[in-house]
Design a protein around this ligand. Sequence first.
Ligand code: RAT
Ligand code: ZN
Length: 420
Amino acid sequence: MKTVLAETSRVPFAKQIEAIVASSSIVDIHTHLYDPAFKDLLLWGIDDLLVYHYLVAEAFRFLDIPYEEFWSLSKTAQADLIWDSLFLRHSPVSEACRGVLTTLHAFGLDVKKRDLPALRQWFGLQTVEQHVNRCLELAGIKKILMTNSPFDDFERPVWERGFERDARFVAALRIDPLLLSWPDTAPKLVRWGYQVELSSSPQKTFDEVCRFLSDWTRRIQARYVMISVPPDFEFPSRNIATQLLEKAVLPHCREHGLPFALMFGVRRAVNPQLKLAGDGVGLSNLSALQNLCAGFPENKFLVTVLARENQHELCVLARKFRNLHIFGCWWFTNVPILVDEITRLRVELLGLSFTPQHSDARVLDQIIYKWQHSRYVIAQVLVEKYSALAQTGWQISRDEIERDVKDLFGGAFEGFCGLK
Ligand code: RAT
Ligand code: ZN
């Protein structure tokens, strides 16, 4: 029997929607987390939470030590400095600071004591296995998509050796260096046994790049292939990235039935002294995306954009191209004010055919706050939208709301990937 949720009084109606959103399980479609078999590559715990690059950038607004001095410190000493400047000397109201507190609170830790040594002690008592289970459970996540780069010297050997997979951690093949720094990448491919050399025999090179992509897709069982691109990315263009896309990457994705994920708008190393924290944002020309969607209807594109000003155009493009699936409020847009605005915009223009959020977590514990904060905002948007429907006399059942939320939290993504 279907229970019809009536809009008799807004509060119970809202409470039911919030409860559904709070308890639906999630597929987190883009993170920088690793299967626990990668050992130290899977970051977790208080010090990693504090030295997160989002917080490093914020701490340097207050710190006056030279950059090199900060980088020469141990992780613990860096975390001490960040704790002192962002949590003790000023109130931790930014989204990334608040996130640390949300996470600690979810673990049942008493944040008001402001006792960093005691927090370290608590984390020191946890085992990775327990901690993975606890974080996934508190975040309500059933599957985590990783970001897996064959070009990463720490990660590559682990895949090459092989290991027993944890089914909760699913791979995505990251290929930025292949398209964005071909002159450095080609010699690496040669070292790894792929006969690439554009000058003499281009077709052979593209075939070899395809072979490289296929080997890695199989090895890691990739669900999609992905890249982040700078604001000045163009397609088509006269550079090698266009040829590699057209002749290797897109054919590879078609052959394996994999979406190609593009993340538009990151300006890398705006301040290189900040290292990972030094990237910025710029407005992208989404004609490149339009050309890709129109020119390659047999390919599927998963896309997020970093600039707030690109969000509307992206939604309009998704209305035109069904081979385009929008996802996430990425990085600098993952702040409540923009998650709210962007989610509303997407619902109003696309209904429920998109994936509102991914965590982008780099530290396991972050999945807790990233999802708790996003669930809250997404629930508010849904309450408003379902309430507006109720005003017309439209009735909605609990099952239907559960179905919709399931789509938003991974179902629509899996459908787009052809996995359901
Ligand atoms: O959000 C982040 O942590 C960024 O540093 C990037 O990793 C970005 O998400 C990316 O995938 O390029
Ligand atoms: Zn990322």
